[in-house]
Ligand binder design. Sequence first.
Ligand SMILES: Cc1cc2nc3c(=O)[nH]c(=O)nc-3n(C[C@H](O)[C@H](O)[C@H](O)COP(=O)(O)OP(=O)(O)OC[C@H]3O[C@@H](n4cnc5c(N)ncnc54)[C@H](O)[C@@H]3O)c2cc1C
Length: 404
Amino acid sequence: MAEFSLDLSEEQRDLRDWVHGFAADVVRPAAAEWDAREEAPWPVIQEAAKVGLYDFEFLANAWADPTGLSLPLASEELFWGDAGIGLAIMGTSLAVAAIYGSGTPDQLVEWVPQCFGSVDEPAVAAFCSTEPEAGSDVGAMRTRAVYDAATDEWVLSGQKAYATNGGIAGVHVVTASVDPALGARGQAAFVVPPGTKGLAASRKLKKLGLRASHTADVFLDDVRVPGACLLGGRDALEQRLDRARSGQRSQSSSAMRTFEITRPTVGAQALGVARAAHEYALDYAKERVQFGRPIIENQAVAFALADMRTDIDAARLLVWRAAWMGRNNRPFAAGEGSMSKLRAGEVAVSVTGKALQILGGAGFVRDHPVERWYRDAKIYTIFEGTSEIQRLVVSRAISGHQIR
Ligand SMILES: Cc1cc2nc3c(=O)[nH]c(=O)nc-3n(C[C@H](O)[C@H](O)[C@H](O)COP(=O)(O)OP(=O)(O)OC[C@H]3O[C@@H](n4cnc5c(N)ncnc54)[C@H](O)[C@@H]3O)c2cc1C
């Protein structure tokens, strides 16, 4: 029997088809409206909760897949429906991944259900790492967490930027520096429970794309959280800080760990957008007649569509490889997680641009969804590490040099 196979299992095919059905029937028909309203699409989030696409069980089942492919498969389909609504549904998983990745079992049980809320009253969660002065440079984080032994509380102060679900979330997971001298290695992640005093958010930021997804700056003004809200607990933190102080190699910061877990999945989201645009442009090129024949009968158009499809399929293989490696604890010796997000993000930008060109004027107007996909795709070269940062990770990994 062959050991290597790219065939999906029956369960994986069922999952893919089920999410595709939700994306086609519920998400895509709602996409233009929520993009125009620039509001969080709560009714769609609730619908996702009702069908079982928005809860921890769904994520846990996907994470349990020993091939690692379930989450990329589901993400590609959901974001094929719409990236803004897709992120409104999946944005919570960034906070959940941080709790799952760094939290104790007790913290998982306490906070993860609160991230999602209930079917009747769904909630969203936010993961707040980026700051005005600390975007790509995570080590420049200024938000401070100071322990108050008298009350067994952590006091958080600072400002976070561009937080998905910032301010509309119940649970906010916030990264902060506990020992600024240690840079990124002196950081930790904290749960800020719903309704905690001192946490406030800016107005919803107006964006180029992903307009259905809520993005805001978050302000922390002497926010006091119980000692138990430090993800992983005091002992683990102290051990980690001691290792860092003694100059030993250790795991990367909480924020970086979270990004490592999620990069191939973000690549899969980009693929969903790219695939949507490619399918639409292919259909359009077969229908649209100029000079007495369908425009696809021009090599200039047909070859563009062939290149787009080739790029999408190649990027998907990188995404699947990285997802498999992550799930099976393979070391990312060449930055394969970053490679997958880098390629998928850039493919989404180039494919949506080519699709728009194939539609001509129809690509530029809002009667067709391609202009929205073109706007949405751009985020994939920016968030979860810009393309340049992915290249930095890959080039450092393959060279062993401190490339700057
Ligand atoms: C819609 C949206 C949602 C987001 N959601 C979240 C969220 O939920 N949580 C969160 O914490 N953050 C979130 N972010 C923030 C996002 O992760 C950051 O915007 C991203 O990491 C880039 O940081 P920056 O914007 O500060 O850009 P900068 O770091 O200022 O980069 C500016 C430019 O300089 C380049 N650059 C920087 N350093 C280098 C270098 N060493 N070498 C080469 N080029 C370099 C960058 O690639 C980029 O082109 C979100 C952002 C957006 C737009």
